[in-house]
Write a protein of this length. Structure first.
Length: 238
C-alpha cells in the first residue's frame, strides 16, 4: 500500500480541517501530515491536550514547521530527538516540530524545512504571551540552513517553509515589502533559484500568506488545501 505524505498550511490551532480529512479518507497509521507553519498547537501550558487531540484525530504522524504565530519559547524547550534523519522537537509519540535548516528523508523523498517569519501584527501582540522574538530566524540559523541547502541541493525533493520567497509575494500581496532589514523573503528567493537548477527538486510549499495558489510549477502557496505529495491531488475543506 502506498505510503502517503499530505501537506497543508496554517492551522492556527484548529482541528476542523483534520476532521474533514479523516472523514473523507481512510487514514492509515503510516500517513504523514506536514504543516507549513502557524500550526498553533503549542501555544500555552495546555498544549498537551492539543497534541493528544491531534493524535486522536490523525492516526499517523503530524510534523509541522514553526511559523510566526507559535509559542517559540515553549517549542524550543522541548526534547530534541532525531526523526527520519533530521532534528526535531518531540511533542508526542506521533507529533514533531521540524526544525530550521533540517533535512528529513520520508518515504523516498528528501524534505528541507525552514520555519519562522516576521509577524505583521506584532505591534498588537504581547511579548511572551502572544508574540515571541524567536519567530524571526537568526543569522546563524539562516547560515546553517544555507550550508545544508548548498551541500544537499541536488538531493532535495521538497521544501517546506513558512515565509514566502520574495518573487512570489508580488503574485499574492499588493503590500510593498518594507526596507527594514528583514531579509528572509530575499534569502528564500536566492535559495529557490539554487534549487531550480537541480533536476531532482520537485516543489516548494510555503504558508504564511493564507493562499492556496500555484505561483510556478515548483512553488506553491498552501493554506486550506491538504495536498497529497507526489500527486496533483488536492483537497479543499473550507
Ligand atoms: Fe504566519
Amino acid at each position: 500500500m502506498t505510503k502517503r505524505v499530505f501537506v497543508t498550511g496554517d492551522k492556527h490551532r484548529t482541528f476542523v480541517p483534520l476532521f474533514g480529512l479523516a472523514e473523507k479518507n481512510e487514514l492509515r497509521d503510516t500517513d504523514i501530515l506536514l504543516i507549513a507553519g502557524d500550526a498553533g498547537y503549542v501555544w500555552d501550558e495546555s498544549y498537551i491536550y492539543d497534541i493528544n487531540s491531534l493524535q486522536q484525530i490523525f492516526p499517523g504522524t503530524v510534523a509541522f514547521i514553526d511559523g510566526n504565530h507559535e509559542n517559540h519559547e515553549l517549542l524550543n524547550s522541548m526534547e530534541v530527538s532525531m526523526w527520519n534523519g533530521g532534528k526535531v522537537h518531540k511533542l508526542g509519540e506521533r507529533v514533531f516540530h521540524l526544525m530550521r535548516g533540517e533535512i528529513y528523508s520520508i518515504y523516498g523523498n528528501n524534505f528541507f524545512t525552514f520555519g519562522g517569519a516576521r509577524s505583521v501584527d506584532k505591534d498588537r501582540r504581547k511579548d511572551g504571551v502572544s508574540w515571541w522574538k524567536e519567530e524571526e530566524p537568526t543569522n546563524s540559523e539562516i547560515e546553517y540552513g544555507k550550508e545544508r541547502l548548498l551541500n544537499y541541493a541536488d538531493k532535495i525533493d521538497y521544501v517546506i517553509t513558512h515565509e514566502t520567497p520574495l518573487s512570489a509575494r508580488k503574485h499574492i500581496s499588493r503590500q510593498k515589502p518594507i526596507d527594514d532589514g528583514y531579509t528572509l523573503p530575499q534569502v528564500f528567493d536566492d535559495w529557490y533559484s539554487i534549487l531550480t537548477k537541480s533536476e531532482r527538486f520537485k516543489k516548494w510549499y510555503f504558508g504564511h500568506m493564507h493562499v492556496d495558489k500555484e505561483i510556478t510549477n515548483k512553488l506553491y502557496g498552501i493554506h486550506n488545501d491538504i495536498r497529497l505529495i507526489d500527486t496533483e491531488t488536492s483537497m479543499r475543506w473550507i
